[in-house]
Design a protein around this ligand. Structure first.
Ligand code: SAM
Length: 279
């Protein structure tokens, strides 16, 4: 007789490739849960077959209507429901956030079973700095929105982790090289599967490599942090101030150039006045 689980929501990470990457605890909870909430019942059925587990599957994703979610939340009062996604950790570019939020708001027991996630696995394989990183999920599909998102990422002093698909990879890498400058990066593919690969180089190298050769399989892009900012040289600052003074009063010219070089306006104001007077 299998001991029953405390009612509530169990967030269960599942493998991202190699089925042996499931944890003992994940198998135990999947066996003992009353039901399994999954985004795609066919994908989850394959995993359960492999584990020889038979359980009712509730189809759930965050686009499910509020009523469906409310029904799942209500069941958490008396049943142990395991939440899984197609692969990896639920909620990480996958459904579950709304369900977890509402389950907690309703006062139910919610716990998580840590396990594989492609973002963390790729970061560890990339050879890029791991001390600070930002996970940015999938970039928007449309070029303008994608480029705006890249502009937002540019000033971050951290590695960046992105999910991507093969057909979009070349264009995304070219946009990243254009928007972030030529940073070190890695294209990490098919983690824990037969053709696992981590290709490293600058963003421009990688954009060239994949421009006409979209790779197969599942992909994570990892980008290293920007290099140390070079101290701006006085000549470059004077040239920028001289150009800005053709259009602007000294105060505004100083503000514009200070913004561009990451300096303080007050530090450039006297220089702008002197340049103006020397004309
Ligand atoms: N929740 C999942 C996780 O924790 O990794 C991610 C789900 S997201 C919908 C799927 C994306 O994750 C894929 O498009 C790919 O970018 C990445 N991914 C998943 N499995 C992967 C693998 N084995 N190798 C490389 N990337 C993978």
């Amino acid at each position: 007789m299998i001991e029953t689980l405390q009612p509530g929501l169990y967030i269960v990470a599942t493998p991202i490739g190699n089925l042996q990457d499931i944890t003992f605890r994940a198998v135990d909870v999947l066996k003992r849960a009353d039901a399994i909430a999954a985004e795609d019942s066919r994908v989850t059925a394959k995993l359960l077959n492999h584990l020889e587990i038979r359980k009712p599957i509730i189809r759930y994703d965050d686009h499910s209507d509020a009523e469906t979610r409310a029904r799942v939340v209500e069941r958490l009062g008396s049943e142990a429901i395991a939440l899984v996604s197609d692969a990896g950790t639920p909620l990480i570019s996958d459904p579950g956030y709304k369900l977890v939020r509402e389950a907690k708001a309703a006062g139910h027991y919610v716990t998580t079973l840590p396990g594989p996630s492609a973002a963390i696995a790729a970061l560890t394989l990339s050879g890029l700095p791991t001390d600070r990183f930002l996970f940015a999920g999938f970039l928007p599909a449309k070029a303008k929105a994608r480029d705006d998102a890249i502009t937002e990422l540019k000033p971050l002093l951290a590695s960046i982790v992105l999910y991507e698909s093969g057909p979009r990879l070349g264009k995304t890498l070219a946009a990243l090289a254009g928007g972030l400058g030529n940073r070190e990066a890695a294209v990490v593919r098919e983690i824990s599967k037969r053709f696992e690969e981590s290709a490293t180089g600058t963003l421009a190298d990688l954009a060239d490599r994949y421009a006409d050769a979209p790779p197969k399989g599942e992909i994570v892009i990892v980008i290293g942090p920007p290099g140390e900012a070079e101290a701006p040289d006085d000549e470059a600052i004077d040239a920028a101030l001289a150009e800005a003074l053709n259009r602007l009063a000294p105060g505004k010219a100083a503000a514009e150039v200070a913004g561009r070089f990451g300096l303080k306006r007050g530090d450039l104001y006297d220089r702008a006045l002197a340049l103006k007077e020397s004309r």
